[in-house]
Design a protein around this ligand. Structure first.
Ligand code: SAM
Length: 305
């Protein structure tokens, strides 16, 4: 049986043969521990009927193992050098069920992609620079993707999991928390990558909340928001956190006025309704508090923003 692409000697040989120098700015840290990759595949619970999305396929280290379990994998890779290397590898390793798309993952239409290929699951070792915005983008834009199994930096996972009072709690934690649940499944040591990154990594499970694909309705507990409302909610959250050390009301006023200033009275009233003081800072509120205030602002007929 041939060795896996991810075995350190095969990865090193491929990079040497094709004269590839890995690029730090593209987060090119390849997984070279086949046992860790097998663990990733097992925990991702892939089955033969599934088409998997993989962002940042590199030379196919993870792709090869996904394909042992899945029907098909849709690979996105930005680096043209790695795309041409992977095309050669696909022939050598008979990875016929991989579809390779050369594109910047931040510029893809995930709604179209997930519909075209009926994708419900993503499994990836993400490039560190785009990991945080990409998770939010896909959760928002591709309601069909229900689960993501991702290798990411530990500090991004901490932002995803942060709760009120944690030092990493931010507008990002609230937005992602509105769209999904996050769970760290295990830590991955730096030595499992080639080259070893400077930061710690973890493998996480992302479970998107229930969404109604037809009506494009995003559900959170007993609330249902349309996509347009979710976008307005996220703008509202950004305004609340624009100056996180300031009182939330001042932060909104100074943020470039997502909300007309004359709606401040309603904001103050709503803070009172949820039992909070008008001097509160955004970082002292929870997702449900923001939602309650936002829904009241949305329901105010005179509101026009
Ligand atoms: N999948 C391989 C593995 O697990 O070893 C490689 C993962 S490596 C951490 C991240 C990959 O993402 C690299 O191949 C890099 O070139 C690619 N990449 C970086 N930025 C990207 C972007 N904006 N869009 C698509 N791919 C990108």
């Amino acid at each position: 049986m041939a060795q896996y692409i991810s075995s350190p000697s095969v990865t090193a040989d491929i990079l040497k043969k094709f004269g590839i120098k890995l690029r730090k700015n593209l987060g090119q840290n390849f997984l070279t521990d086949t046992n860790i990759l097998k663990k990733i595949i097992k925990l991702s619970g892939i089955n033969k009927s599934e088409t998997i999305l993989e962002v940042g396929s590199g030379i196919g280290s993870l792709t090869e193992l996904i394909l042992e379990q899945a029907q098909k994998v849709i690979c996105i890779e930005l680096d043209a050098r790695l795309v041409s290397v992977f095309k050669e590898i696909m022939k050598t390793y008979n990875l016929d069920n991989a579809v390779l798309i050369e594109k910047d993952a931040m510029r893809l239409d995930y709604l179209l992609l997930s519909r075209d290929y009926s994708i419900k699951k993503m499994v990836s070792n993400l490039p560190y620079k785009i990991a945080a915005p990409l998770i939010l983008k896909i959760l928002l834009e591709a309601p069909g993707i229900e689960k993501m199994y991702l290798t990411i930096q530990k500090d991004i996972a901490e932002r995803l999991l942060a709760k009120k009072g944690d030092k990493n709690y931010s507008s990002y934690s609230i937005k992602t928390g509105f769209l999904a649940d996050f769970k760290i499944l295990f830590n991955i040591q730096k030595t499992c990558f080639m080259p070893a990154p400077h930061v710690d990594s973890v493998f996480i499970e992302v479970s998107a909340r229930e969404r109604n694909l037809e009506g494009n309705v995003y559900k959170y507990q007993d609330r249902s928001l349309s996509l347009q409302q979710v976008k307005r909610f996220f703008n509202f959250i950004d305004a609340c956190f624009a100056n996180r050390r300031k009182k939330m009301i001042n932060s909104i006023e100074n943020s470039g006025a997502v909300l007309p200033v004359d709606k401040m009275d309603l904001m103050i009233k709503m803070l009172h309704v949820i039992g909070k003081n008008k001097d509160i800072r955004a970082e002292q509120l929870e997702l449900n508090d923001f939602l309650e205030i936002f829904i009241a602002l949305e329901n105010d007929n005179n509101l026009n923003y």
